[in-house]
Structures are given as C-alpha cells and as structure tokens.
Design a protein around this ligand. Structure first.
Ligand SMILES: [Ca+2]
Ligand SMILES: [Ca+2]
Length: 309
C-alpha cells in the first residue's frame, strides 16, 4: 500500500508540474497549417481588408450593452425583452484560416475590479469559450442569456453548438446563462474586453467614462459611440465602429456580419507564384506578430501575462 501511495503521489506531482516548453500554448496550437484549407502562400499583399487584430485572434464586430426598452429590445428573439439577457457580443474570424476560439474570454469592467474584501467581484462578467474551431468568416454571437429561452442550436461555456443557428443568420450562438440580471454591462459606462487564452488582453470596446482605466497593453481599444438606441457594430474587419442603423426598426443584428470578400485569393489556380502571406505561419513557426496598435503594445513575444482576474 505504501508503494502504491508513493507511486500515486509521484504521479500526481508529475501531473501538476508545468510542462514548460513541451507544449505550445492553446491558442498557438489551434490553427495548425496542415488543417487549413488555404493553400500556403495563396494570399497576396497588400490586403485592403486586413483585420484590426492579427491572426489567430477573433475580432468583436458588434456589442449590445444597452438593451432598448419595449419589444424592440428582444435581441435574442425569445419573445421577451430582458434588460440583461438580451445583451450580446458578436465576433468573427476575420482571417483566411481557421482559428480556435477555445479559452478566449469576454469580461466587463467589473471583472478588472476587486471587492472590498480583495476578492473578485461576484457580479462581474467573466465568460470563457469552450473548444471551438471557427472557419474563416464565421460569426459567433454570445448572449448574456439571463432568464432567456433562446432557440437552439445553442452553446454555452461547456460546449459549442453543434451547428449554426438559423434564427441568427446561421451564426454559432452561445448563452452565458448569467444567473442574475446584475451580471450585465452597465449602460452608462463600462467595457467589453476580449482576452487570449493566456490572459493577454486583446480587444476592448468601451463606452462612457469607465471609473477605472482600461488595462495597459490591450492591442485594440475602441470607443462605442451613439449607441443609446441599439448596438454598436462594424461592417468590415478593418472598419470603425458605428451606431447600428435603426431605420429597419431593429437596432441590432446579432449573427449578421458580412466579410468583404478577402477570401478571393484562395481561388487562385495552383502553381501560380504568390507571395507568402505575412500572416502565414509555417510548421513549427509562431504566427506573425500583431500589427502595431499603439504605444502600449507589448512586445510580440513577451511572456504570457497573468490574467487580470
Ligand atoms: Ca429576449
Ligand atoms: Ca451584426
């Protein structure tokens, strides 16, 4: 029994040891070139639709943080307007290769604060994607989901939906299934932050005058403007945010985001000489460094940051 106990202890300790250098980070491992349908070198430069965030990261394309009152606020189409449950964040894979969304996290400002007892605040949005390979141009919608009955296919933090949701333009739809309507974006001042699986803050969309500063080092920080009557959205992977049009009577469009045909080079005939894509990462190589985004950008290969929460 003693030998067995010792063996188990050694095994357990071994399992707990970080295997530094033996495995790539999750977000580095996902888009294996061998699985890509894109021919190496097929994309040419310059690319007018170069995404605001470099491969392999997704990009936030729409946020509804201030749910309109009345029936017009029913963004998740369950027949009822929920002040929290109808909030959503829409993202896209803006690249010409698949990406792995697993481990990416969405948080709000409250997730960057501490309660008076020093612990993380319990009313923070802090939501992580389950494993999911996202094809090029594929759109994802994450609803707050509190007190909602969203029609499926519907994923959550434990598993991705089996397929696209026809009620939302075929997008992959998730619910955070928030247990309280206190866990929601603040209408007047807040932000949504997308972080990589290693905790690196990538993308912040903020509104109002948040009471605490946006964490340093975020690659892309944007202001949401003019969104009191609906969502803010972008209409191109390299375009600015703007208030969603309200003339249709539906001031948001979860699941609707059209990529502006950057995939055309994929159809180039085989054998045609092509310049290597700046985003292309060969076997064993790390993905291309992110585009310069500002003075706060960290070095491309800085060691992973400790998550802020
Ligand atoms: Ca609803
Ligand atoms: Ca949209």
């Amino acid at each position: 029994m003693l030998i067995q106990y010792l063996a188990m202890t050694v095994l357990s300790v071994g399992l707990l040891q970080p295997k530094v250098g033996s495995q790539p980070l999750p977000h580095e491992a996902a888009p294996a070139p061998a699985k890509s349908p894109v021919k190496p070198g097929a994309t040419t430069t310059p690319d007018p639709a170069k995404p605001l965030l470099a491969f392999p990261h997704p990009l936030i394309t729409e946020v509804l943080y201030n749910v309109p009152t009345g029936d017009s606020g029913d963004a998740n189409k369950d027949g009822t307007r929920q002040v929290a449950g109808d909030e959503f964040v829409e993202l896209v894979n803006p690249h010409d290769k698949p990406i792995n969304l697993g481990g990416y996290t969405l948080t709000d400002m409250t997730a960057s604060e501490k309660a008076s007892n020093g612990k993380p605040k319990t009313n923070a949005i802090r939501w992580t994607f389950p494993p999911l390979t996202l094809p090029p141009g594929k759109v994802v919608v994450v609803f707050n989901g509190h007190s909602s009955t969203i029609k499926g296919p519907l994923g959550d933090s434990s598993s991705a939906p089996a397929k696209g949701n026809e009620h939302f333009n075929g997008a992959l739809v998730f619910s955070m299934r928030q247990p309280s309507d206190r866990i929601a974006f603040a209408n007047t001042a807040d932000w949504v932050m997308l972080s990589a699986p290693d905790g690196t803050p990538l993308h912040v969309i903020k509104w109002g005058e948040p009471r605490i500063k946006v964490p340093a080092g975020v690659l892309l920080v944007e202001d949401a403007v003019g969104s009191r009557a609906g969502s803010v959205q972008r209409t191109a992977a390299n375009g600015p945010l703007a208030a969603h049009p309200t003339d249709s009577g539906v001031p948001f469009s979860p699941g609707v985001f059209a990529m502006p045909t950057p995939a055309a080079p994929i159809e180039q005939p085989a054998g045609k000489p092509a310049n290597p894509s700046p985003d292309a990462a060969g076997p064993g190589k790390t993905p291309a460094a992110p585009e310069p985004a500002g003075p706060d950008e960290p070095p491309a290969h800085e060691p992973p940051k400790k998550p802020k929460f």
